[in-house]
Design a binder for this molecule. Structure first.
Ligand SMILES: CCCCCCCC/C=C\CCCCCCCC(=O)N[C@@H](CO)[C@H](O)/C=C/CCCCCCCCCCCCC
Ligand SMILES: O=c1ccn([C@@H]2O[C@H](COP(=O)(O)OP(=O)(O)O[C@H]3OC[C@@H](O)[C@H](O)[C@H]3O)[C@@H](O)[C@H]2O)c(=O)[nH]1
Length: 376
């Protein structure tokens, strides 16, 4: 785990927040079809979506996917389309039933209507900078089939936002960056650019509709076909208007359930890779083997881990943090203490609740909807 910390810090420093180079003027810019699956409206939706209309990229189309024809997101999107008439944008309402995964069902019609060879799947809460799309396209070299963004968050007020930033900038970034360094699949599909022809060879987006963790299986299919996956230099800036501890923990629990079903060895490795757990195990081991003091060892372990996490968070943030060190201590302790508890909860209660549906996963990751179309 110390090695993982070091790899994440140094690789993050080397790989993230690099200057985005412009494409050579003589090379034609590849067009990008951007799929935006939407469901409901939050206080930041309009400003988040607006950043897709103001990107500095020459050829792209925006394909908004909305399942429910009464969804207020339709009005938000139409207002933006009227405001930016020069940006190619279309709205797909109704979705299509091609599998169990509601996000795939929502996006599939837009995917089939997309006209470019590069597809960007981008969740509703994501914000783009003017050069984010260019940065992602720049990472799509001839060996790479899928470019994804390291999940991170925008600066927002409140303890829940602090907690989210700490989680994504420490525990998640550590694994994500190390996985990218050793070329292991760790793809989280909130913002991913992919080659459409490769997806088409496998039957298109709909062939991943049987999985809830479509992101993991899409990346896996690229790797099996000999393509590389890579992270881009800019992290994914999540900026959902819904930011509270309960929904954040529900999301982490849902993701943990997906991981456990897809990659069963994480049942053991994941809790053991948590600071408090591995620290306690190691402190006990050295107290038995070498008669070292348990408490001193444990506290030094936690202190070094804490310093590494702060360093990594600063690397991923690449600027001043919106909270002070005291808030970091509180948020970090809360995350580290609640992490193993959430994981155990996820293992003990396998049904997965996602928005207004409940699913069950079989080992391997194939999903089944438990009570189709229940409303919250
Ligand atoms: C030698 C030490 C090995 C340590 C192994 C650590 C085991 C995993 C610990 C924590 C997992 C955190 C994963 C964070 C990102 C995943 C977020 C997520 O769950 N996303 C899902 C929903 O979008 C998505 O479907 C799943 C994506 C793939 C998750 C793969 C997790 C296992 C990654 C193991 C990488 C180990 C790399 C280190 C190798 C030396
Ligand atoms: O029923 C749904 C649920 C979600 N979605 C869309 O899917 C995207 C992600 O939804 P949420 O924000 O609820 O969920 P997460 O951020 O946890 O998703 C993430 O984890 C699970 C993976 O399968 C997803 O690819 C990844 O985006 C949003 O754009 C949302 O609008 C639908 O279109 N229909």
């Amino acid at each position: 785990m110390w090695l993982l910390h070091l790899i994440a810090i140094f690789y993050g420093k080397y790989r993230l927040h690099n200057k985005v180079s412009t494409l050579p003027p003589d090379e034609p810019c590849p067009g990008v079809s951007i799929l935006k699956p939407l469901m409901g409206v939050d206080s930041n939706l309009s400003t988040n979506l607006e950043t897709f209309f103001t990107m500095n990229y020459p050829v792209y189309e925006l394909l908004f996917c909305i399942e429910d024809e009464t969804d207020p997101a339709i009005k938000v999107v139409n207002t933006l389309i009227e405001k930016y008439p020069k940006v190619a944008a279309h709205v797909f309402i109704g979705g299509s039933l091609v599998g169990v995964n509601p996000k795939i069902n929502n996006m599939n019609r837009a995917y089939e209507a997309s006209i470019y060879d590069l597809i960007l799947i981008s969740d509703s809460g994501i914000r783009m900078k003017e050069d984010t799309l260019l940065d992602m396209v720049n990472h799509m070299d001839e060996k790479t089939g899928l470019v994804h963004q390291l999940p991170f968050t925008c600066d927002r007020p409140g303890f829940a936002a602090t907690l989210e930033k700490i989680y994504f900038g420490t525990a998640q970034s550590r694994i994500y960056l190390t996985a990218d360094f050793v070329r292991t699949n760790c793809h989280t599909g909130m913002s991913a650019l992919m080659r459409k022809p490769v997806l088409e060879e496998q039957g298109g987006l709909k062939s991943f509709g049987c999985y809830l963790a479509e992101d993991f299986f899409i990346a896996q299919s690229y790797i099996k076909k000999g393509w590389r996956t890579a992270i881009s230099s800019q992290p994914a800036m999540q900026n959902s208007g819904i930011c509270d501890i309960e929904s954040f923990q529900a999301r982490l629990t849902r993701w943990a359930k997906l991981r456990v079903a897809m990659i069963p060895y994480v049942i053991l490795l994941e809790p053991l890779s948590e600071c408090m757990m591995i620290g306690a195990c190691t402190a006990w081991s050295v107290s038995v083997l070498f008669q070292w003091d348990f408490c001193v060892f444990y506290l030094v372990h936690i202190l070094i881990w804490f310093i590494c996490d702060w360093t990594l968070l600063c690397v991923v943030q690449n600027g001043s943090l919106p909270f002070n060190k005291f808030h970091f201590v509180i948020g970090w302790l809360f995350r580290e203490l609640s992490g193993p508890y959430l994981f155990i909860n996820a293992v003990l209660d396998p049904p997965i609740k996602w928005r207004n549906r409940v699913f069950k996963l079989a080992w391997g990751g194939v999903a089944q909807e438990l009570h189709p179309r229940i409303k919250c």
